[in-house]
Design a protein around this ligand. Structure first.
Ligand code: TYD
Length: 213
């Protein structure tokens, strides 16, 4: 049976990851793979309800972190694990690294506590932790991201944060990458959309060659 693959896409708001997730999905579909495109917070009916709350209601930092992880647990059990067991490719728009970057970096919430929650929530029945095998981090200067977002849409709770919040989120991603360099690939998202797309395509195909059984 084909091996399931789990790839996550990360970056500050406005970094442009969504366009590229669709392109990666197309690449895998063209190669004959079944693709599950999903997102966090969200991905199941309950997790989407939690998304609504967490993106629009003001709340305590621990409450926010717990809701992110509650939504993630449901998503993991209901969607991600079954898809990987079927041998599908799971492409996830944000995963746990976003909690470290936004709640840890952006909000300044305790990094160690997030690590404890991560170990609890991502634990599989055999005790291993489910992590993405590849994380593509669209890295962009927060000032450029803010310019891109300004014309794009009505901002949610996070998108309306000031630029220094996003500088701290970006630092959170960098810290996470330094902790887990093997699965974390940084893409320079300040380039044109086509150049970023070409970088992502190359990254994914090199990674597939490197990790082929
Ligand atoms: P996003 O993924 O950017 O979706 P959209 O493109 O529809 O706006 O929005 C999700 C927001 O939630 C984003 O601002 C980051 C934030 N977030 C966290 O703060 N912590 C998390 O753990 C996750 C998954 C997302």
């Amino acid at each position: 049976m084909t091996r399931g693959l789990f790839i996550s896409f990360e970056g500050i708001d406005g970094a442009g990851k969504s366009t590229h997730i669709d392109r990666v999905a197309q690449l895998f579909r063209q190669a004959g793979r079944a693709v599950v495109l999903t997102r966090e917070p969200g991905g199941t009916p309950l997790s989407e309800k939690l998304r609504e709350l967490v993106l629009h209601e003001p709340m305590d930092a621990l409450t926010e972190a717990l809701l992110m992880f509650a939504a993630r647990r449901e998503h993991l059990v209901q969607v991600i694990e079954p898809a990987l067991a079927r041998g599908d490719v799971v492409l996830c728009d944000r995963f746990t690294d976003a909690t470290f970057a936004y709640q840890g970096g952006g909000r300044g919430f305790d990094w160690q506590v997030l690590g404890q929650l991560e170990r609890m929530v991502l634990a599989l029945p055999d005790g291993a932790l489910r992590q993405p095998e590849l994380t593509i981090w669209f890295d962009l200067d927060p000032l450029i991201a803010a310019e891109r977002l300004a014309s794009a849409r009505v901002p949610d709770k996070f998108e309306s944060q000031p630029a220094d919040f996003f500088a701290a989120v970006r630092a959170g991603y960098a810290k996470r990458q330094a902790e887990m360099p093997d699965r974390f690939a940084r893409i320079d998202a300040a380039q044109t959309i086509d150049t970023v797309g070409a970088d992502v395509g190359r990254l994914v195909s090199d990674w597939l060659k490197r990790t082929a059984p």
